[in-house]
Write a protein that binds this ligand. Structure first.
Ligand code: GLU
Length: 257
């Protein structure tokens, strides 16, 4: 009996298909950011909102699933996905080879680059002027790694979430925050002129949707949904809603043939 049960367990765990499991469950539990406007944040009504949220809602609809949200941070998102605490990540997550060794990524759906947010007194600096400065970054993000690699003499101060880093910069405790440009631009806009973005980006950050490894049907369905969002104009609408302009670069659309 024990052997049969074990074989049954082995069979279902090897041959079970995540997409089928989700269809049975009827909803998708999406790990999203609550601290990274405009990708994932909590709005004035107390609801989670943002570009990643709108995109994952569209993907869920295409997959014929409801969607529920769970907060993830840059530091814990991959761990939570691997532990099965969420089904999917739409979390401003750059697709890197290192991360791809642990999880699978969809096609790139957003194209950003790393920048620096500074106090207005430093607005005339270039990013190279900060090579020995005290720079805030978020634990588990690509930004901390990229900056330290570029400027080994810099002192990186790690924060768990973005609002903590922002408070520290506004309080004059750090010289800059380094992360992707879109977030920096929004913070500068919302700061009444106190914060400025240093102009040049110095990395390439293509975002991908994350799922557990080796779920080919699930991944295909996500990629097709992203492509559909481009074809039917939803992608451009969502983009314009959150960034106030049309996208200069669209995700790839692969042929349906
Ligand atoms: N896109 C970067 C990353 O994946 C920074 C944004 C974030 O912390 O999620 O690390």
């Amino acid at each position: 009996m024990k052997t049969i049960l074990f074989l049954l367990f082995l069979f279902t765990s090897v041959f079970s298909d995540k997409l089928e499991i989700l269809k049975d469950k009827q909803f998708l539990l999406a790990g999203v950011k609550y601290d990274y406007e405009p990708f994932g944040f909590v709005n004035e009504k107390g609801r989670v909102d943002g570009f990643d949220i709108d995109l994952i809602k569209y993907i869920a609809t295409k997959l014929d699933l409801d969607v529920k949200f769970k907060q993830v941070t840059s530091a814990n998102r991959i761990k939570l996905l691997k532990a099965g605490e969420v089904d999917i990540l739409a979390a401003s997550m750059t697709h890197t080879f290192k991360r791809d060794r642990e999880i699978d990524f969809s096609m790139s759906y957003f194209f950003d680059g790393q920048a620096l947010l500074v106090d207005k007194k430093d607005a005339k600096k270039t990013f190279k002027d900060l090579k020995e400065s005290k720079v805030g970054a978020i634990r588990g993000s690509t930004s901390a790694y990229n900056f330290k690699k570029l400027f080994p003499k810099s002192k990186i101060i790690l924060f768990n979430e973005y609002p903590q880093a922002l408070r520290s910069l506004k309080g004059g405790h750090i010289d800059a925050i380094t992360t992707d440009l879109s977030w920096c631009i929004l913070q500068s806009k919302n700061s009444d002129g106190q914060l400025k973005v240093l102009s040049k980006t110095f990395s390439y950050e293509p975002y991908g949707i994350g799922i557990i490894e080796n779920e080919s049907n699930f991944l295909d369905a996500i990629n097709e949904a992203i492509a559909d969002s481009v074809i039917d104009g939803t992608y451009a609408n969502i983009y314009e809603k959150w960034f106030g302009e049309l996208p200069s670069k669209l995700p790839e659309v692969w042929s349906k043939q």
